[in-house]
Design a protein around this ligand. Structure first.
Ligand SMILES: Nc1ncnc2c1ncn2[C@@H]1O[C@H](COP(=O)(O)OP(=O)(O)OP(=O)(O)O)[C@@H](O)[C@H]1O
Length: 365
């Protein structure tokens, strides 16, 4: 669901702002340090309660403020949501994040995540390739979670069983392991099957999206379920039991799954240039949006920060074309307005200029 109105208070250098973005493309331009990324960060924060730039979200609060407050009205445009409007807000004070929907407090991250799905493509986006397996596992699970409604409940069950098994391992209560292992294996298998089903549609779509961005980059996705593929998890748990007891945690299972991204047999991060890495990560994130749209009817909102960073004009054009085809709401930033306009001429758009933390919508000829 696109954002119809956005209100931001107390974020970094941004002056209090109320804007009415376009339901499709929003060009945001301004000098270095003007506040473009802070605007996109505000939207990402509304979506996930996290920043894509700072691990400590308290750092987002304006130096002179004691809290930040974000609010948006979301438009329902398709299906059962047609013509509806949700008022969705986030308040951060003293480290506590409070989400509200139409005045009612949202209590679980899942409730929040389904309201406002957002994908971010920003200068550090290549870190998905070079970062930890956990980053890629979370990326994969974002897609599974949004496309497979049953996944979140199975994931909760799995986390619970894993916690119990680890607690048994820490207490060295060997006799209890047999009791927990049955449940652990069953829950692991369900998570594994959800991920497999998602990847079955994800991989071919990724290959065609990447080809649309750059037909010369050849990468392969390899899914590692968290244990040796050709072995039964039951046998592995038995084999690793002594070491698990020593360590006090479970070494194998879906919590150790990974999406490995390779060029031939090498990690893509070791072979590809920075621009190629960004293109691959953009293809991964666009693929998630395409599958999300196929499943839910609406595409996620895309935040593309500093379009020009690492991408030449051919790749910028190709990326914008995929976004155009996706018909999603996009917030896209650049220092130069002309560079945005040269990369994309959408039929419907708004332009916002950011200067010293103030945002003005420009009237179009
Ligand atoms: N907590 C804060 N309070 C006030 N100002 C802050 C805070 N955190 C960062 N800033 C300032 O906010 C400004 C906006 O930064 P931002 O990254 O949004 O700019 P930008 O327009 O994206 O710049 P660039 O084009 O260089 O990426 C910077 O000048 C930064 O120093």
């Amino acid at each position: 669901m696109p954002i119809r109105r956005l209100s931001v208070r107390g974020v970094r250098n941004l002056a209090p702002l109320d804007i009415h973005p376009h339901s499709r493309v929003n060009f945001i331009y301004g000098d270095n340090g003007s506040g473009k990324s802070s605007l996109l960060e505000s939207i990402a924060l509304l979506s996930s309660g996290k920043s894509f730039r700072s691990t400590q979200i308290k750092q987002l609060i304006h130096h002179d403020a004691d809290r930040l407050e974000l609010e948006c009205e979301l438009d329902g445009t398709t299906g059962a949501d047609a013509q509806t409007q949700d008022l969705y807000s986030l308040r951060l004070r003293n480290g506590d994040v409070l989400f509200r929907l139409d005045g009612s407090v949202l209590t679980s991250q899942a409730q929040v995540a389904t309201r406002l799905p957002v994908q971010v493509i920003e200068p550090n986006t290549f870190r998905l390739l070079v970062g930890s397996p956990e980053d890629r596992r979370q990326f994969l699970d974002w897609g599974v979670f949004h496309v497979e409604p049953g996944f979140i409940e199975e994931w909760r069950i799995f986390r619970k069983v894993l916690k119990q098994r680890n607690s048994v391992l820490k207490q060295k209560e060997v006799s209890w392991l047999d009791v927990w292992d049955g449940g652990f294996i069953e829950a692991s298998e369900k998570i594994h099957q959800y991920r497999l089903a998602y990847l079955k549609v994800f991989v071919p779509q990724f290959e065609s999206t990447l080809a649309a961005l750059d037909a010369e980059i050849k990468v392969r996705l390899h899914y590692y379920p968290g244990w040796e593929k050709d072995s039964q998890l039951k046998d592995i748990l038995t084999r690793q039991q002594d070491r698990d007891l020593q360590l006090g945690y479970t070494q194998s299972g879906p919590h150790r799954a990974e999406l490995r991204i390779r060029v031939d047999k090498l990690p893509a991060a070791d072979v590809l240039s920075r621009g190629q890495q960004k293109t691959v990560v953009a293809a991964l994130k666009l693929t998630q949006g395409i599958l999300y749209k196929q499943s839910c009817g609406n595409a996620p909102i895309y935040l593309v920060d500093d379009l020009a960073s690492e991408l030449d004009s051919r790749h910028r054009l190709a990326l914008c074309q995929v976004l155009e085809d996706l018909k999603c709401q996009v917030f896209i930033t650049s220092i130069e307005k002309q560079q945005l306009m040269d990369s994309w001429t959408p039929s419907e758009f708004k332009v916002f200029h950011v200067e010293h933390g103030k945002i003005e919508e420009e009237s179009l000829p």
